[in-house]
Design a protein around this ligand. Structure first.
Ligand code: SIN
Length: 362
């Protein structure tokens, strides 16, 4: 008859406990090695909810808080140590210059901390490209900043928010994203803030960088980069918003057949310090508008000729004599991004030659 060894059970228990504590210790060590990423939530469809699972339009944006966004993607814990902050809770058509200043200051404060390795900003897609470009010009860090949104609310079948958020955190936690400027990540693709634009009102592949090309993909839990923007960004810009609470008023006037000066005169009367003229074709100016533009310039309003076309360079002294009119050409920036660059340029100078230099640099 065999007798159980008197200490077999306690010994096995001890071994099991030891194994558990080793496993837990390893898990803790592995988590400790993960990058620290802060998610700054601002609202948008990525935080939106609809009446039914098939509601993909006509839903309400900005209803779900950052904690629930994070809880909905437990996989985030595998790629980063994530913290969330609710900075705003708005639909992005309500994004203002003041929101941008608040957000940019928070990003700069966080990135200056040694315990923050990267930032993800969740954002409505309607003005996402604008916020991304603003940050690209004013963030003072080489650490990754990734702006992400979703085209479908979280309640929808095949919602894109969770995978987009996962990819954005993975990207912000990666070594590959360091020093590449502010990035936009949606639909498994990586874009440069300067060049990306929303191209479709509702489809999942809305964000594109036509012609100039996106930077890369996120696939199989890894970012792959193929291109980089040649324009200066983040630590290499001359813009400093740390002491600013307001930005100069810059408005956009849209070009069309039969255009007259009414809209231009209205924004100048409302106090615009700069105007982006989103002209037809290569930034062409209608004869009926030129006298009002010229008068505005003589009053000190900076005039930038952009194009409503969406692609290509607006040629300086091409469709208008910019030297004579003392105007600035927008290069390849779309009107909404030209507005951002002009606002920031006006915080440095009112000299049109200097501002033209700035438009060719950023
Ligand atoms: C928004 O821009 O806030 C609403 C639309 C979206 O996020 O897709």
């Amino acid at each position: 008859m065999s007798h159980p060894r008197p200490h077999a059970f306690p010994t096995r228990l001890m071994q099991a406990l030891l194994a558990c504590s080793l496993l837990l210790g390893n898990a803790a060590q592995a988590a400790e090695k993960l990058a620290h990423v802060t998610i700054l939530a601002t609202g948008g469809t990525i935080a939106g909810s609809g009446a039914t699972s098939t509601t993909t339009v006509g839903y309400t944006a900005a209803t779900v808080g950052v904690d629930r966004l994070i809880q909905a993607v437990p996989e985030l814990a595998k790629v980063a140590q994530v913290k969330g902050e609710q900075v705003f809770q708005i639909a992005s058509e309500n994004m203002s210059n003041e929101h941008w200043l608040t957000l940019a200051k928070r990003v700069n404060t966080l990135l200056a901390q040694p315990d923050v390795d990267g930032i993800v900003i969740t954002h409505g897609t309607d003005t996402l490209e604008e916020t991304a470009y603003f940050l690209d010009l004013v963030v003072k860090s080489r650490k990754p900043v990734v702006v992400v949104g979703a085209m479908r609310p979280g309640t929808a079948l095949s919602a894109d928010g969770p995978i987009n958020l996962y990819n954005a955190v993975l990207l912000a936690a990666s070594q590959e994203a360091i020093g590449k400027g502010v990035l936009v990540a949606l639909n498994d693709q990586i874009h440069a803030a300067r060049d990306v634009t929303k191209t479709n009102t509702s489809t999942l592949d809305s964000f594109k960088t036509p012609e100039l090309g996106m930077l890369g993909y996120i696939q199989g839990n890894k970012p792959y980069f193929y291109h980089l923007s040649a324009r200066q960004h983040t630590v290499d810009t001359e813009f400093d918003i740390s002491q600013l609470n307001i930005l100069p008023q810059v408005d956009i006037v849209y070009g069309y057949a039969n255009m007259g000066p009414a809209a231009l005169n209205a924004v100048v009367a409302a106090g615009a310090k700069g105007v982006i003229h989103a002209g037809v074709g290569d930034g062409s100016l209608a004869s009926k508008v030129v006298p009002a533009l010229s008068a505005a310039r003589k009053q000190g309003v900076l005039i930038v000729r952009a194009s409503r076309v969406g692609q290509g360079i607006v040629a300086r002294n091409g469709e208008a004599n910019d030297d004579e009119l003392d105007f600035v050409a927008a290069d390849t920036l779309n009107p909404q991004k030209a507005r951002i660059l002009l606002m920031l340029a006006l915080t440095r100078t009112t000299d049109s030659k200097e501002i033209q230099r700035i438009f060719y640099r950023y």
